[in-house]
Design a protein around this ligand. Structure first.
Ligand code: UT7
Length: 304
């Protein structure tokens, strides 16, 4: 990074906690990454592609603006019986997509949902802007969601957005309002722009508030929570949110140092790592909490 922009390893680590990121090669699309995660999730859950009824993709980096990346993933994995669509909730998108899946299943419109978060942030980052290019990474995670008897599942959810703050983190051009042209390319306005300090302030308050509301809706007390999976954007945001919400850091899963901010993919990737490490055990009470462009935010209480 020091050879690309005016920054230092010391600044990046002190201000963000990030040591490494994963950058996908040019030929590896968001759909290809998502298909990889989806295949692993299906295999572990014992679900065949044709068993999937609902395929929902969260992405801020669709491979194409039309059609949805979910349709490309559907074709790649052969989930031929599914309805496939994308959810655009930025970094909160995985939680929003889980909630849509829960709605489909609980209303009897399908039995098995495949929820995928896939993000190729390296393709939309301005590699000349040191205030953003040092933060983001590429990655993908996926989950199979289905109904279960007993006490397991999504027990309390709180989601909220504030579109008045959209310009704090956005891609100004390249959509239908300001289509791509030479001026857009010259001014680099098709790439991510962020008011980092403002986003930081909103993130801490909003995530702490959402965490409290999701817990209240699940009937849990703070002490009941075994493990917290916050969106991994910045270790300082994670620590400040935990402090503000009254959650001890020992219960908070952190891997931002290895991956940077992978937008909506951070939570499923963190959960997968926690399973691999043996830290996430059946029966645990989890709190998932996220924040992102929109602005969007939310939290979810889950009995694993
Ligand atoms: O995924 C959800 C949405 N995104 C986020 O959650 C990100 C939220 N924001 C943040 O994580 C932090 O605000 C940042 C990591 C982006 C920035 O940290 P900060 O402590 O808020 O720094 P700052 O923006 O206030 O900048 C402090 C200084 C500035 O210089 P001056 O004005 O004090 O002279 C910046 O120009 O650091 C400078 N700076 C850098 N210096 C070296 C900004 N980026 C860099 C850099 N290397 N990469």
């Amino acid at each position: 990074m020091e050879s690309i922009v005016d920054t230092s390893d010391e600044w990046i680590f002190e201000r963000t906690g990030i040591r490494e990121r994963r950058i996908a090669p040019p030929e590896m699309t968001a759909a290809a990454m998502g298909a990889g995660a989806a295949r692993m999730a299906m295999e572990r859950a014992g679900v065949a592609p044709e068993d999937v009824d609902i395929l929902i993709v969260s992405t801020a980096t669709p491979d194409r603006l039309l059609p949805a990346t979910s349709c490309d993933i559907q074709a790649l994995i052969g989930a031929t019986n599914a309805v496939a669509f994308d959810v655009v909730g930025a970094c909160t998108g995985f939680l929003y997509a889980l909630t849509v899946a829960e709605g489909y299943i609980s209303t009897g419109r399908g039995e098995i949902a495949l929820v995928i978060a896939t993000e190729k942030l390296s393709a939309i980052v301005d590699w000349e802007d040191r205030s953003t290019c040092v933060l983001f990474g590429d990655g993908s995670g996926a989950a199979i969601v289905r109904s279960s008897a007993g006490e397991k599942g999504i027990l309390g959810t709180h989601h909220q957005s504030d579109g008045r703050l959209a310009n704090l983190l956005y891609r100004p051009a390249g959509g239908a309002a300001i289509p791509m042209d030479e001026e857009v390319l010259r001014n680099r306005t098709h790439l991510i722009q962020m008011s980092g300090r403002e986003v930081f302030k909103h993130a801490v308050r909003a995530m702490a508030d959402s965490a409290g509301q999701a817990l209240a809706r699940s009937g849990w007390a703070l002490d009941d929570v075994d493990l917290v999976f916050p969106h991994q954007a910045n270790i300082r945001i994670i620590k400040a949110t935990a402090r503000y919400a009254g959650l001890p850091m020992e219960k908070v899963f952190v891997n931002v140092h290895r991956y940077g901010n992978m937008s909506s993919a951070t939570i499923p990737v963190a959960m997968d790592e926690a399973i691999e490490e043996g830290r996430l055990q059946p029966g645990m009470k989890l709190l998932l909490v996220a924040f992102g462009a929109g602005l969007t935010w939310g939290a979810m209480a889950v009995r694993w």
